[in-house]
Design a protein around this ligand. Structure first.
Ligand code: NAD
Length: 463
């Protein structure tokens, strides 16, 4: 499917611009040629969105919500195709793609349809004064997304942006164009009004053309902190609103009173899911001294039986391996892994190591691979300090059977998301996002709808 991927502008495929290859990470073979959008193509997409947006915004929210449900139905009708393209682009395991990535894509449209349609408006009443707010969409929103959960993260932004009355121009990752191309087909199949959802493909330069286009009214971005900061500079002169979901260097705290079986199971998931290529994955584990050795041994044993998943690209594989080499040169103890298996594809070994300093590059920079560093701690106070000693603040996990400690520690962690005795469990209504270098703003539920719209407060005297 999709030997050639064309832009989707004004409801039509636009097979224009030079092409670049997309690779299968399992084999390293070229699977598609993708058209690259230059500034002129990006301009056409933004213009198409600007033309379509007023009529879309004028629809009652219930009608936009109905379109979101049609999109979800269209995705479900082509479920197996979505699973196939997402696996071809990313090398994800079938089970994960079938149970998480694609169902969440459809759920993102359904959830925001419900939330938007049921959202109450606000009114404030004082004697003699009535204030109320009306919310208006931003207008045209640039949606720039990464490769690690391509469909899930793209739809997580599209659902609320569209139902709030915006038109969008999406720039998927250069590595993973397939599920976006299929979504364009679904839009055409269900007859979504042309220009409401536009997609342009390309590398960072295409994203840069898009976010700096004067016809863009806001930017929602998920990706690395470095790109987020570049985008912020690009929109600074025009003071456009941004919503940023950025990188992480997430800590996990395992207390001696934890249910160790559950903690090992949970940490295997939180470290190795998706080959460690989830922003929420744990890369720093701190374990209370009495259980440090047993926990580390069991985690390392389990790492050897994790379903292997390739890194997204040769470049990313080399980046992860360079951190393994860095750790070796700094004298780390490898409990398992530390290399790359032979053969084709962009695989690296799941790795557990210890012995590096807290300020080492390995323990401070996001690696985004199937790897974690394990270090012991002696007290709750020390555990919290270690977890918080990071420039990032996306997610953290706490493993303990003490109810009091769970709340006490969770409330002190500098992270947008804290899981206790679990990981990656999500209610789409809850605020999602990070502090410090991990992001700006929150998505999820009404927080997303707040970002994709602006309130006007109207105040009347009642005499
Ligand atoms: P990336 O920042 O390299 O690229 C993300 C997207 O931005 C891609 O589509 C890319 O083409 C585009 N881009 C690159 N340079 C640009 C520029 N100057 N202007 C506009 N767009 C530009 O990130 P990645 O490697 O694709 O994804 C991995 C990163 O994403 C990790 O840091 C990870 O933690 C982060 N991430 C965060 C979350 C979250 O919710 N916080 C979720 C998933 C991934």
């Amino acid at each position: 499917m999709f030997d050639q991927v064309a832009h989707f502008i004004g409801g039509r495929p636009v097979p224009e611009g030079a092409t670049f290859p997309a690779y299968d990470p399992m084999t390293g073979e070229v699977i598609r040629q993708v058209h690259e959008a230059d500034s002129a193509i990006v301009d056409r997409a933004v213009r198409a969105a600007r033309t379509a947006q007023p009529a879309w915004a004028a629809l009652p929210v219930g009608e936009r919500a109905a379109w979101m449900r049609r999109l979800a139905d269209g995705i479900e009708a082509r479920f197996d195709d979505f699973v196939a393209v997402e696996i071809a682009d990313t090398g994800k395991p079938l089970e994960q793609t079938r149970t998480l990535d694609i169902p969440r894509g459809a759920a993102n449209f359904r959830a925001f349809a419900e939330i938007a349609a049921q959202r109450p408006e606000q009114a404030f009443h004082l004697p003699g004064v009535l204030s109320y707010t009306v919310r208006r969409p931003l207008g045209v929103v640039a949606v720039v997304v990464p490769w690690n959960l391509p469909f899930l993260l793209m739809t997580w932004k599209l659902g609320p942006a569209l139902v709030a009355g915006n038109a969008v121009v999406v720039k998927p990752s250069e590595n993973t164009p397939g599920s976006a191309a299929l979504l364009a087909e679904v839009c055409a199949e269900i007859g979504l009004p042309p220009g409401v959802l536009n997609i342009v493909y390309g590398y960072g330069a295409t994203g840069q053309h898009l976010v700096s286009h004067p016809g863009i009214d806001g930017v929602t971005f998920t990706g690395s902190t470095r790109t987020g900061s570049t985008i912020m500079r690009s929109v600074a002169d025009r003071v456009k609103p941004v919503s940023f979901e950025l990188g992480g260097k997430n800590a996990g705290l395992v207390f001696a009173d934890a249910d160790l079986d559950k903690a090992v199971d949970g940490c295997v998931r939180s470290v190795f899911t998706n080959g460690g290529q989830v922003c929420l994955c744990t890369e720093r584990l701190y374990v209370e001294r009495p259980v440090f050795e047993e926990f580390t041994r069991r985690l390392a044993e389990r790492a050897t039986s994790v379903t292997p998943q390739p890194m997204i690209s040769a470049e990313h594989r080399d980046k992860v391996l360079s951190y393994y080499e860095l750790a070796k040169s700094e004298g780390a103890v490898f409990h398992t892994g530390g290399g790359a298996p032979g053969g084709s594809g962009y695989f690296v070994e799941p790795t557990v190591l210890s012995g590096l300093g807290e300020t080492s590059r390995f323990n401070t920079e996001e690696i985004f691979g199937p790897v974690c560093h394990v270090a012991p701690f002696s007290s709750e106070e020390e555990a919290v300090e270690l977890a918080n000693a990071s420039d990032y603040g996306l997610a953290a996990t706490v493993w303990t059977t003490s109810l009091n400690r769970a709340h006490r520690v969770a409330q002190r962690l500098e992270a947008g998301l804290v899981w206790v005795n679990t990981w990656y469990l999500r209610d789409l209504r809850t605020p999602f996002g990070g502090v410090k270098l991990s992001g700006i703003g929150r998505e999820g539920g009404t927080q997303s709808l707040d970002f994709y719209s602006e309130p006007t407060t109207i105040t009347m005297e009642i005499s």
